[in-house]
Write a protein that binds this ligand. Structure first.
Ligand code: SF4
Length: 348
């Protein structure tokens, strides 16, 4: 079963390369269920770039190539790259000297870069350019002698990476209550930056709390936040006005996918985070006339199709895509891979 409209993200005739499981569902038959797909949804430009970096590195250097941390938070993507020869590690000590090593889209601390240099690793950095932009902005604020507040989730690899790029201690806040606990004099110049998987709407309350508590607060222009996070969240809010149930395709450790599910729940409709169609519980959609589907920025379109197939096993589905923003943002590859020409290797 395929939607009538082009889904974007999966070219016509393109094969499913993300290890999507075979479906074996049984359950009540829903007659004439409408399925509305969010627009936009799924892969962002940073994730597309990170996956392409690993694939090109495998072709250019041959397997294995080592990837520090999951390149993006999606098991299907990781398994697919593993099958092609990528080896995922958490620590650089697991990488043999001189090996090709890729840093994930989430970014890394400066200490990790220095460790890689000491070990003589051949590093390719897949840090999303929007994450790098946050690093640069944060360092500019520190150079301007401002105390830096980072709005984000403790322990998330992007947050750990950002903290590790700043040469001074950073105040991590996750909630407005955390702002109240900051023990900094009121007239201290403050600057904030945010984890990219938080949207303007997510951080509005925390920023307001900072502006209330301190007399001199600056932060990035809202145009500098991650377009993909904002667009997916705005789309899902609109989608929730049209549907009875929301399915968010994404991994349980994907911050932006979890946030999409929370937005659905906050809108008052049953909302489920689902890795692929095999996790669909028929009772979730029983009696629903309209089911909405979106996908986190690290979820491939093949998994959305897999969930549609799972719904179609329950009965007839009528698929459409909501009107929404069409994204055409692309990020350049690192120079070493952008200039690499596969045809030259093939004829060498
Ligand atoms: S969600 Fe935004 S910041 Fe994160 S990888 Fe995608 S484009 Fe980059």
């Amino acid at each position: 079963m395929r939607p009538e409209e082009p889904l974007g993200g999966l070219a016509e005739g393109q094969k499913n390369t993300f290890n999507v499981p075979e479906l074996r569902l049984s359950g009540p038959i829903e007659i004439g269920m409408r399925v509305i797909l969010a627009q936009p949804r799924g892969f962002c430009a940073g994730v597309v770039r990170a996956i392409e970096i690993v694939e090109r590195a495998l072709q250019a250097f041959g397997p294995p190539v080592y990837v520090r941390h999951e390149i993006v938070h999606n098991r299907h993507v990781v398994e697919s790259l593993k099958a092609k020869g990528a080896r995922f590690v958490e620590e650089l000590s697991e990488v043999p000297a001189g090996a090709v090593t890729i840093f994930s889209a989430h970014g890394v601390a400066r200490a990790v870069e220095e460790d890689a240099k000491r070990r003589g690793l051949n590093v390719i950095d897949a840090t999303c350019p929007l994450v790098s932009k946050v690093h640069n902005q944060a360092n500019r604020y520190v150079r301007d002698a401002r105390e830096l507040v980072l709005i984000g989730h403790a322990g998330h690899p992007e947050v750990e990476g950002t903290k590790g790029r700043i040469p001074v201690p950073v105040h991590l806040v996750q909630t407005e209550a955390d702002v109240a606990k900051l023990d900094i004099p009121r007239d201290t110049p403050i600057a904030y930056v945010t984890q990219t998987t938080l949207s303007v709407d997510d951080t509005r309350g925390i920023i307001a709390a900072l502006e209330l508590k301190f007399s001199d607060v600056v932060g990035p222009d809202t145009r500098d936040i991650c377009y993909a996070t904002q667009n997916r969240q705005s789309a899902v809010r609109e989608l929730c006005k049209l549907v009875d149930v929301l399915l968010v395709v994404g991994a349980s450790n994907s911050s932006n996918s979890n946030r999409l599910r929370e937005i659905g729940a906050d809108s008052g409709i049953p909302s489920y985070l689902i890795a692929d169609g095999s996790e669909l519980q028929p009772e979730w959609v029983q009696g629903a006339q309209t089911v909405g589907i979106t996908a986190g920025a690290s979820a491939p379109e093949t998994l959305v199709e897999n969930v549609i197939d799972a719904l179609a096993q329950l009965g007839k589905v009528d698929i459409s895509t909501m009107a929404g923003r069409i994204e055409d943002i692309e990020f350049k590859l690192p120079a070493a891979l952008a200039d690499w020409n596969p045809s030259k290797v093939a004829t060498a």
